[in-house]
Write a new protein. Structure first.
Length: 182
């Protein structure tokens, strides 16, 4: 029997959810992306309690199926850091007013059920309802199949760094905040 999107619960993460969320994230780094854990980029995954639960402006959401964490997404109150990202992006998206979308991961066996969309909508709704945030920024690696097309359903490209020769194929995007709904 195939699970439907209603068989999943998307909710803010709690302390008891962190081992499952960490597992989803690390498995994505190793098994999906093939890059493994990179300390310069993935510190939040090792200590999600400090990064997301204890930080007053950061959030972590999980997708749960039959008691198991199968997906994650997060926001952090920070813009793109320079380096590694272009200086103009760091200026355009200052930490004080920018939410950055992170860790939108769903275990492969749970793909094609709308979970990533539900997780992202939870994050977008939160950022939209938080007056301190003016913008929602994210970046993706275009080598991930379907990722850029997925993100373009939510927002638009603000910088294309696919030829930056840094080993990544990074595309930077912004998701507009529709505050008329809140």
């Amino acid at each position: 029997m195939t699970a439907t999107t209603t068989d999943y619960r998307v909710r803010p993460a709690g302390l008891d959810d962190l081992p499952g969320a960490r597992s989803v994230m690390l498995d994505t780094f190793y098994r999906v992306f093939g890059i493994g854990y990179l300390p310069d980029y993935h510190r939040d995954v090792i200590d999600p309690d400090t990064a997301y639960l204890r930080h007053p402006r950061n959030r972590l959401w999980i997708a749960e199926h039959e008691g198991t964490i199968v997906g994650t997404t997060a926001i952090r109150a920070q813009g793109p850091a320079h380096p590694p990202h272009p200086a103009e992006l760091a200026r355009r998206y200052p930490d004080a007013t920018t939410a950055q979308l992170f860790r939108v991961y769903v275990r492969p066996e749970h793909h094609r059920r709308g979970l990533a969309t539900r997780l992202v909508r939870a994050a977008v709704d939160h950022v939209t309802a938080t007056p301190e945030f003016d913008r929602l920024y994210l970046h993706t690696d275009d080598r991930t199949p379907g990722a850029l097309d997925f993100w373009l359903t939510f927002g638009h490209i603000v910088s294309d760094a696919r030829g930056a020769h840094d080993g990544f194929q990074t595309v930077h995007l912004e998701i507009p905040l529709d505050r008329t709904r809140h």
